[in-house]
Design a protein around this ligand. Sequence first.
Ligand code: ZN
Length: 195
Amino acid sequence: MKCEMIRDLMPLYIDGLTSEESNREIEKHLKSCKECRKYYQEMTGEIGEAVPISEEELQDVELIKKMKKKKRRRILGGMAGFVLAIAVIVAFMLPKVYSQVKFEDISLKSGTRGNKAYIKLETKPGYEIYFSGTTKENETYLKVLSVRKVGGTEKDQTGWEDEIGTKENPCKWTIEFKDKIVVFENGELVEQKDK
Ligand SMILES: [Zn+2]
């Protein structure tokens, strides 16, 4: 059969209205003719490009976009986010050690690198740090919940990095300790008050 005839019969074939003999002929042709096979796939929606993106997939795309955006706000690999997730759980599990960390227990470093501001929190050797926090646009609020002795000589280090903002809308980090609240703007310590 010629391609033209096959294509004429295609709608009937797809609807199952063609005779068995025609079906055989059509299927035989489809096996050997790439063009008609493509035509058939397009009509039945079997081809990848012709299938519209589902609502679910669209949501996934949005989610990934959001995740990428969030990721930009974090520094030092994925660990910061991981620590943050742990901290939220710890906040419920350890109400007694909540907010027991003094300013002097943590070494804080901040500054700028190119067009980025950064902040680093470091424990004494052998301790792990836990905190909870929220991020809203350029503002991050962190509450240092506890340091836990885990032994060893390694210091636990975590931090953030973000693009430097304007003077009116700086990239702002507020960190709450047991005894002090410190505020950083664009990587610079701008406020330090006792609680
Ligand atoms: Zn053909």
